[in-house]
Design a protein around this ligand. Structure first.
Ligand SMILES: Nc1ncnc2c1ncn2[C@@H]1O[C@H](COP(=O)(O)OP(=O)(O)OP(=O)(O)O)[C@@H](O)[C@H]1O
Length: 330
């Protein structure tokens, strides 16, 4: 069995907001609600779900860019969420991010050399000459010509800026890179080049990825295992093959049958989900899909189903699918 690199347990992040300016009333957005999963060394764990389901908040909370309300993120037995600032700074060497908007994530006043050498300055003992040599090596790796080393982000195209972001993410030898919609802001013609670059780098350096996207075809291309999020909850986790061939959760079935390039078994046999995505500040009490699910029964309205393993490696949070233990206990 593959080694677990990160173990996320019951991670929860709520945002308190005032829906109206100057109103005393506060609402709570359930952005990430008791989410548990693990990321295995060397794999790409894909995270998919429609806009607003909590994908970015989940990754930002793992990275401690947002403060979790509860839960833990274990790295080799140590909880990142309880590290002090010094420990966290040192841990950031291992855990990096590639952002959705390459331009917004690069400081416009810094040259390519400054941007890519920042993590080397922070996390290695390299002197300036050695750093420059390493910047040039990383630029070459991501397909940027050495003559661009002193240029600024505005002088590049979107795809080239994302290459700069990738070079910065892989500098100083990370273990896990969280890629948050890394190609959704790019022209379709450029997307596959950047995806293939990420794949090539992963293979060469044995990196682990958490790959976030709302695009099922992109997630399928990139991932080994995939988690599906709906309204702050992780509702299904499975190896890519099982998820796309035989999705079990009614919401995943809806997602899968909506894309022509993904061939699911028996798509016409799935009953359609109706209605709109509920307000995340007022989610249904039981299962989050209540009110929209064609299979809903009383228990679904009363309590929220836990993620349970129903087939080897295939977990689903739905009362239609009892876990292996429940089935064997009768
Ligand atoms: N800083 C914040 N303050 C208040 N609410 C927030 C904040 N950040 C996110 N949210 C809310 O949390 C929920 C989850 O948002 P999040 O951005 O994590 O979803 P997402 O799946 O990444 O969506 P997208 O793909 O559109 O970015 C949404 O309802 C969003 O409005």
């Amino acid at each position: 069995m593959s080694e677990v690199l990160y173990e996320i347990d019951n991670l929860t992040k709520y945002f308190k907001i005032r829906p109206k300016l100057f109103s005393g009333e506060k609402k709570v957005i359930h952005a990430v609600d008791k989410v548990s999963f693990s990321i295995l060394k060397g794999e790409t764990f894909g995270l998919v779900g429609e806009s607003g389901c909590g994908k970015s908040t989940l990754s930002r909370t793992i990275l401690r860019l947002e403060k979790a309300d509860s839960g833990s993120v274990l790295y080799k037995g140590t909880d990142i969420l309880s590290m002090d600032q010094k420990e966290l700074r040192s841990h950031r060497k291992k855990l990096r991010m590639v952002f959705q908007q390459p331009y917004d994530s690069l400081n416009p006043r810094e040259s390519v050399k400054d941007i890519i050498s920042a993590p080397l300055r922070l996390h290695t003992q390299m002197g300036s000459q050695e750093r420059e040599k390493e910047v040039l090596r990383l630029m070459d790796l991501v397909g940027l010509s050495a003559r661009y080393i002193n240029r600024y982000p505005h002088e590049f195209s979107g795809g080239q800026r994302q290459r700069i972001g990738i070079a910065r993410a892989i500098a100083a030898d990370p273990e896990l890179i969280i890629c948050d919609e890394p190609v959704s802001a790019l022209d379709v013609s450029i997307q596959s080049q950047v995806l293939n670059l990420l794949k090539g780098i992963q293979k060469e350096f044995g990196l682990t990825y958490m790959f976030i996207s709302h695009n099922l075809a992109v997630v399928k291309h990139m991932s080994d295992r995939i988690g599906v999020m709906y309204l702050g909850k992780l509702i299904e986790i499975a190896p890519k093959g099982s998820l796309y061939l035989r999705p079990l959760h009614p919401y995943t079935q809806l997602l899968m049958s909506a894309i022509p390039e993904v061939k699911v078994k028996n798509p016409s046999g799935y009953r359609p989900i109706t209605g709109e995505l509920p307000n995340p500040s007022d989610p249904p009490k039981g299962c989050r899909l209540c009110g929209r699910c064609p299979y809903e029964f009383e228990r679904c309205r009363e309590s929220s189903p836990e993620l349970k393993e129903v087939e080897p490696g295939h977990l689903v949070a739905c009362f239609l699918h009892p876990g292996k233990e429940e089935t064997s206990n009768g």
